[in-house]
Design a binder for this molecule. Structure first.
Ligand SMILES: [Zn+2]
Ligand SMILES: [Zn+2]
Length: 120
């Protein structure tokens, strides 16, 4: 891994966990990491290919990068666009018990209005 990729990975790991490439770029700048937007895009792609981070998409939004590489569900607030991990549904067990199949990987985002936005 290059020094820049390492720096980008640690910036993502120190964030709340879900950022777009532009968000990662801004976080890098705030952390004093000198990288270009192109480098951020390239490094994020290779980190995702190596399985160190996970990329996922929410319809109508730019791609997000997740510091947690294992499969899990997301709650996406359609107002503030914040992404939260959801661990409520045990999708693996559901599929095994109901259909007798093993889930290999999945990408599930649920569109919600988060508690903060609902209260506002
Ligand atoms: Zn919200
Ligand atoms: Zn996540």
């Amino acid at each position: 891994m290059t020094k820049k990729a390492e720096a980008i990975l640690s910036v993502l790991r120190e964030s709340e966990g879900h950022l777009t490439a532009d968000g990662v770029y801004l976080a890098c700048r705030n952390a004093g990491v000198e990288v270009s937007v192109a480098t951020v895009y390239r490094c994020l792609s290779s980190l995702a290919e190596e399985g160190l981070i996970r990329r996922f998409s929410v319809s109508g939004e730019p791609e997000y990068f997740d510091k947690t590489p294992t499969a899990h569900e997301h709650l996406f607030c359609s107002r503030c666009k914040r992404v939260t991990d959801a661990k409520s549904a045990d999708v693996h067990r559901l599929l095994e018990e109901t259909f007798g199949i093993t889930l290999e990987n999945y990408d599930l985002s649920m569109h919600v209005v988060c508690r903060d936005c609902r209260g506002a």
